[in-house]
Design a protein around this ligand. Sequence first.
Ligand code: FHN
Length: 622
Amino acid sequence: MFESFHTTILNPGFRKTNKTIKPKPMKTTFITGLLLVFSLQLFAQKDTSERALWFTDARFGMFIHWGLYSGAEGYWKGEKLRHANDYAEWIYYRNQIDRDEYVQLLDRFDWDSIDPEKWVILAKNAGMKYMTITAKHHDGFALWDSQVSDYDLGDHTSPKRDIIKEMAAACKKHGIKLGLYYSHWVDWEHPGGWDHSKEIYNISAEDYDKYWQEKVIPQVRELLSNYGEISLIWFDMWINHSQSIVTKEQLVQLKTMIRELQPACLVNSRLGLSMEEDPDIDFKTLGDNQLGSKKEDFPWQSPGTVAHSWGFHSSDTQWKSTSSLLKALIGNASLNGNFMLNIGPRANGEVPFEISQRLLEMGEWLKVNGEAVYGTQAFDLKNDQHDWGKITCKQEGDLFKLYLHLYNWPLNKKLYLTGVSGNPEKAYLLADKDKTSLKFSHNSVYTEVSLPNDQPDPYVSVVVLEYKQRPAAVDGMVAKTVDGGYSLLPGNQSPKPETIEIVSPSEYETIPAHVVVSQPETFRWKIFVDKAGEKTVDASYSFQGNDAKGKITIRTAESTLEQNIHPTGLTVGEPNENWHIEAYKSHRLGSIYFPEPGLYEIEMQLQPEPNEPVNFQWIWIK
Ligand code: FHN
């Protein structure tokens, strides 16, 4: 028999205001004879400053890499950019271009057709709420009429063009927030700026400070003084200041000036100060194209590209699909994150068709389903809890909504939600303007929704569950999968073991994630069984002994299954390559009868013989 079954119920991430709300008192409930301890805590996106609230609500923004490099399109004097990582905006440095010759790329710009308002309209139609343009990238060339440098658009166009001014006007007209990218650390044109050749030739702190004081500080001052409201300033240093020539004092000087000039302007962590080091940083920027993997309570963002290169590159064909871009946005939103998607327009201002097509498709989807993205929060279930997709949530007055983003329409037209207590009032498809009720049932921590035959949206469809009371996330449940089983893994045990060493997949993932069990060990999981009945139990492992040895035992409150651990031998990892790997095989252990619907604890004991370890992969119950 098992002892009490303790489950922590976490409050989902609904945010109404950014005030701290006191947790409700503990409440105890009995379900099918098992004791549940409900402990409510607030898990909203609470570490968001007042000035960043618009940012966490916006979720989706446009990034624009456009500058002199856009005229090169990845080639200089007939030669392709000298790096396998073809970032077109790096051509100045990679191909060792002369500072003044590089400006001749402006000859390729068609100023009659360049119109930043078109980019703003595209962003709007794509459902983006803000834009960040490269005011100055690493090449040091300013896209505005800068008075502190002659390496700028004002000095090289006639009549003078000022792209930042044009962007600011267009953003204001269309209600889009404007952000500016400014490369502060790296500047290839200024003799005192940092370029990576200085790892060889060095540069004095005095020279670098000269660059800082005569270019960075006055240019950022110009940007924040002459163009109205700048909603964010996006710096781009991908190492910590301690590893670089920039000093913390210089970074703080810059940030202090920004706070004085525009107190509401957000500053990202790529300034070179992490949010841990300086809590005054407004949001964390992850790596390029790096998506979130866990819920955070502070604001964060992934910069992503539609293609591979950030600036336009004529031989770049690595277009990401609309579906993967949309899932990047939804996935990040489901973890309280933002997604800023980059476009690289050409030198005539044109946005490549492959980019605009994808953006407009995302915009179409957001027109119907934007409610499930904008202003939503993460819900406190594990990122990979359900195999059908992701969850976001929102509070509207007294109404609580869960948005279930279905990445794949279930073949049996049933949606299984495991780990949410609270009975929904209503279920409907977000694509259905009439909000026609979908049939659903709810029991304890399990909700099942009956879906129509056809998926209503392209890419992802959203089912809304409405609650009169805040639904709570139940920590540690193994969800029912789309095909009606339970996948019990070393990593989804409950309670979580204090230490567990999961060996990551290796050999091109032909060897799956597993744990090496060398002495008797117990594993525990929690599942919710929605119908009484018998279920089969399989175990997958690799065992390299010569004959059946040791024991694997599965127990529920009512039943026990026991079997020897069988040898699984080797298999061929890659045909014709003499590359042999341990075989992981599934073994039927038997069947277990679940006498009534309810929460069950499953316990597994693995008892290998001394010096004969078994590599355990999973238990499958169905
Ligand atoms: O070097 C830049 C690169 O050109 C591009 O601007 C990206 C955008 O996040 N940032 C740097 C690399 O991380």
